[in-house]
Design a protein around this ligand. Structure first.
Ligand code: F6R
Length: 250
């Protein structure tokens, strides 16, 4: 596990973007696993900036997103499809036909989840998976549970997640209750993983995830078992780890 600490959100975004840029330098046609939410917004902004400066080329990149809400049409400004296009894809030279998100409106959810896993395999697997972390310890939308889920599946969101994500919606009751998410096996099969966290609100869960027991009750804890895990956080998000395990922070 490599833990990279930045002073603030700007520094955090730059350092996380550097991990992505290095991946693209190593392999032009990388398959990127992408995340949504507040955490990576600055990372996408940085990558867009470097693309506009001619430093990055996404023309041969493919992408698979972690998750999508069930029941929101793609045009909804809260769908993750909309988020990815608005915050990243439309600003870079990625071929949109090579970008993938689960279809939260699929009539046959099981078939959709299977097809998503088949797609990831057909792409040759994920080279670098970007992850945020939820207050519940979720990665993707894999909420605390009894057994690590394997492939893409439908999940009922934890009330804490609904509460946290209500900041993007008119009210809490407008937040979809379910989502389709890549499973833990899909995430762990990525060749490298970049876990990102910023802000004090993530400090305790980052400590539990990276220093506590590996348990499906804290889904992100499974990342301790990944051979190529890069953690990028700001000082606030890494503060509890620093206090209790200073040796882990460079
Ligand atoms: C997003 C995702 C979630 C978020 C997590 C943190 O695609 O899969 O796991 O990464 O909920 O969200 P933010 O970044 O909004 O705190």
């Amino acid at each position: 596990m490599n833990i990279i600490v930045a002073k603030d959100y700007a520094g955090f975004s730059e350092k996380a973007a550097q991990v992505v840029a290095s991946q693209l330098t190593l392999k032009k046609n990388s398959v990127l696993g992408l995340a949504t939410g507040s955490t990576p917004l600055g990372v996408y902004a940085k990558l867009i900036q470097w693309y506009k400066q001619g430093k990055l080329d996404f023309s041969s990149v493919s992408s698979v997103n972690l998750d999508e809400y069930v029941g929101l049409p793609r045009e909804s400004d809260q769908s993750y499809y909309y988020y990815m296009n608005e915050n990243f894809f439309k600003h870079i030279n990625i071929d949109v036909s090579r970008t993938n998100l689960p279809n939260g409106l699929a009539a046959d959810v099981e078939a959709e989840c299977k097809a998503y896993d088949t797609k990831i395999k057909a792409l040759g697997g994920i080279d670098l998976q970007l992850l945020g972390i939820g207050h519940t310890g979720h990665i993707g939308f894999n909420e605390p549970c009894e057994e690590f889920p394997k492939g893409t599946h439908r999940v009922t969101l934890d009330h804490k997640t609904i509460e946290a994500n209500s900041r993007f919606f008119a009210s809490e009751k407008d937040v979809p209750k379910q989502a389709l998410t890549m499973g833990i096996q899909s995430i762990m099969s990525a060749k490298a993983v970049l876990l990102m966290a910023n802000g004090e609100g993530k400090a305790e869960i980052m400590y539990k995830a990276l220093c506590g027991p590996v348990t499906p009750k804290v889904p992100a804890s499974v990342l301790q078992l990944h051979e190529r895990l890069y953690v990028v956080g700001d000082e606030a998000a890494l503060s509890v780890i620093k206090e209790k395990h200073p040796e882990l922070i460079g």
